[in-house]
Write a protein that binds this ligand. Sequence first.
Ligand code: GTP
Ligand code: MG
Length: 415
Amino acid sequence: MADAVSKSGEENASRRRNEVQKKRQKVRALIEDVKNPPDHLKLVLVGPRWSGKSSAGNNILGKDAFDVDKSWYGPRTTQCEIGHGLFADRRLTVVDSPGWYYRHTLQDTSEMNKLEIENSLYMCPPGPHAVLLVIELGIAVTANYQRSVQDHMSLFGDDVWKHTIILFTMGDWLGVKTVEERIESEKELQWLVNKCENRYHVLNNLERNNREQVKVLLEKIDEMWAENDDPYYEVDQRRAAEMETLREDADKRAKKMKKIFERQSRVMKELFKGERQSLSDLRVVLLGQKGSGKSFAGNDILFMENFEGFRKDNEDQRVSVKHRGDFDGVKVTVVEAPGWYKDTETPDWLKHEVHRSVSMCDPGPHAFLLAVPVCKSFTEKDLRGFVELLKPFTRKCGHTAWFCSHGENGSVNTQ
Ligand SMILES: Nc1nc2c(ncn2[C@@H]2O[C@H](COP(=O)(O)OP(=O)(O)OP(=O)(O)O)[C@@H](O)[C@H]2O)c(=O)[nH]1
Ligand SMILES: [Mg+2]
């Protein structure tokens, strides 16, 4: 049975490869006889986080134009960046963009990230010749992954698919397999490739000297251009103006908030001037949704690896966990309460457990810390859920601070 399945997979792979080759030959003839591709190509890289967008941008441009995340904890691309270069005397403009978390629906992604992702197509007016949807070959393209891609591509409007090529990165992962065999191995991947009318290309970003792979990619872009009625994906100027206003408003609000924090901090310093704080024991409770980075934050606070970020048994953490440490002579107690799922009613067991987490900090916590991943949305509903959870401790709500984490990716950026 397994043999029969793999045989039909191979047959489908070979059929797809032949179809692509035939179509390419036809369009190339058209380019050679009639059409002259643009001598300045504008490309935009979009895709999930860590899929290799920045590396692909560098590979295409043949130089280090964009920062690459060398470790899981390293910096990610947080705003669109533009790079320029030449390929065989042809001008190239490449836009790199922030990725979305591959399990996130559009609703899960923060407004700030969505705006920045959408902005990528507005970086090279009047619009890019090609959108390169970057997908790494090593990852399983599940139904959730497909939905996440579809959701985030909808930020650009339906027409974008006509100008999109799937750019598979991590070509080295293929080994002896062909990309077509990889495509045929998952129906969600087939769906994505079919949505792009069989336009795909593989890059191995570890082989920057292999310029042939970039040459063929540019050929495929020219072929898509030749086939399309519209030479490029034209951006909507009205939306560009709207986005500008949204960004300016957000900027103003952020500056105002920063000023308030700075003033509060000055007032507090003034109030306690001369008074030496002699705190010898500090107790905090970590709260947050599942995957919000609480465990990583706990480990960061205690300089330990005691909190288990990813549970090996994949079981839900249902009980509060306490660890102790010492920071510059101060005894620090950190209790992590179980996380809750986004967009669900707060279950009773969780309310009890949060109660228990507080009693584990006898005689009481100095602070509740709420973990909020920067890339994830935090909606009115999320806020209501959190307030509900803290209701029994309302008297102490003035003790709540929030901090931004990178969620399931680990690192914490405390604010
Ligand atoms: N083996 C292998 N690793 C690659 C390849 N392309 C990228 N990487 C690695 O994958 C990791 C992520 O690459 P990036 O280029 O930073 O990915 P990104 O999509 O820009 O990531 P974000 O900006 O965080 O969204 C880095 O450690 C790269 O070195 C590839 O073709 N092969
Ligand atoms: Mg990047």
